[in-house]
Design a protein around this ligand. Structure first.
Ligand SMILES: NC(=O)c1ccc[n+]([C@@H]2O[C@H](COP(=O)([O-])OP(=O)(O)OC[C@H]3O[C@@H](n4cnc5c(N)ncnc54)[C@H](OP(=O)(O)O)[C@@H]3O)[C@@H](O)[C@H]2O)c1
Length: 313
């Protein structure tokens, strides 16, 4: 008899894309349980946000840009889960703690659309007890993007800010954070979003103003030159799609945000969500096994609130 029987390798389910395409390009596969390295933790995922960037990764936008260089790719940027294993040197995260993380970048084989994921401990933020995992999963990418985009504007200074896509995930958080920071905010959204935009703290509009009156625009609807035309001479434009940054005109400073993980910032944003300063919105929570259907719904557009995947279901 073999004195050293081969240990059964434990596996977990994860969503991957080998050949980019429509929702059917996403496969659920069994992969070996991940092992944490130095400064890393393994998290049992409870909620993973489904964001436009995931659809762009799935459909090959980043393959075409040369940003994805290896296959398969994993999916997801928003991770919420419970810490199941600690790697060497991790002291500020504990076993059993519920944490959230923004997982950056697109050229990676893993992602939060999975039962387990290895995360950098430094990027993890504790989730306040009163905040559910699915609501928390809407915060890392979208609220971090909104906050980092506003930071690029260099403070409110009594300025009038236009947020396009003000009823969207990034735009909705941007309106609330900008109003909190002291900007006077106008939100551009669909007519049916008027009440939500006003409640978030902005004056509502459903059409881009004809005159260039705004000190700054945060272009969360990615309208590009059309949004730039609403900014006064010498004002500021911050976009959300770096490859589609409009050229500067009339002395307007144009920049694009690229959300970067920041555990301390995320901790503050989760507290803001728990205390009602920002408003997380979930359209639907679905099992990981329905990931293709979740992407069909995302592709169809018009959602208010994120779809969240729960691999425990
Ligand atoms: N650079 C980064 O780090 C970063 C991070 C996160 C997101 N993003 C990008 O940011 C963009 C927004 O993401 P999101 O998650 O906030 O998307 P979202 O939730 O779909 O929000 C976009 C919103 O803009 C609205 N909209 C589009 N065109 C409009 C128009 N002409 N007038 C009024 N409203 C309009 C949409 O309305 P309808 O649904 O009715 O069309 C939707 O409410 C995406 O392009 C995403 O890829 C970039």
């Amino acid at each position: 008899m073999d004195k050293h029987p081969k240990r059964m390798e434990r596996t977990m389910r994860a969503a991957i894309v080998t050949t980019p395409g429509g929702p059917e390009a996403i496969d659920l596969v069994d992969l070996p349980d991940p092992v944490p390295g130095d400064g890393e933790v393994v998290v049992a995922i409870q909620a993973a946000g489904v964001n436009p960037v995931d659809a762009q990764t799935r459909s090959g936008v980043y393959h075409d840009l040369g940003w994805v260089t290896s296959t398969p790719v994993g999916l997801g940027w928003d991770a919420v889960g419970v810490v199941r294993a600690l790697g060497p040197g991790v002291t500020d995260v504990s076993l059993g703690q519920r944490v959230a993380t923004l997982v950056g970048g697109v050229d990676r084989a893993d992602g939060p659309y999975a039962e387990l994921m290895v995360l950098a401990a430094a990027d993890c933020a504790p989730v306040p007890e009163s905040l559910s995992s699915d609501l928390a999963a809407t915060v890392p990418l979208n609220a971090t993007t909104a906050h980092q985009a506003l930071a690029m504007l260099g403070g409110a200074r009594d300025r009038h800010l236009l947020v396009t896509g003000a009823a969207g995930a990034v735009g909705g958080y941007a309106v609330e954070l900008a109003a909190e920071q002291g900007f006077t905010v106008t939100g551009l959204a669909r007519a049916s979003d008027e009440e939500a935009v006003r409640r978030a703290g902005a004056t509502f509009t459903d059409a881009l103003p004809v005159e260039a009156t705004f000190d700054a625009v945060l272009d969360a609807a990615a309208l590009g030159d059309a949004a730039l035309s609403s900014v006064r001479d010498g004002g500021d434009y911050v976009g959300v799609v770096p490859p589609a940054l409009p050229d500067s005109v009339r002395g307007i400073r144009t920049q694009a945000v690229m959300a970067a993980p920041d555990g301390k910032l995320l901790s503050r944003l989760l507290e803001a969500a728990a205390s009602g300063v920002i408003t997380p919105r979930v359209h639907a929570t679905m099992p990981l096994s329905e990931v293709r259907e979740a992407h069909r719904m995302l592709d169809a557009g018009g959602l208010r609130g994120r779809i969240v995947l729960d691999p425990r279901r």
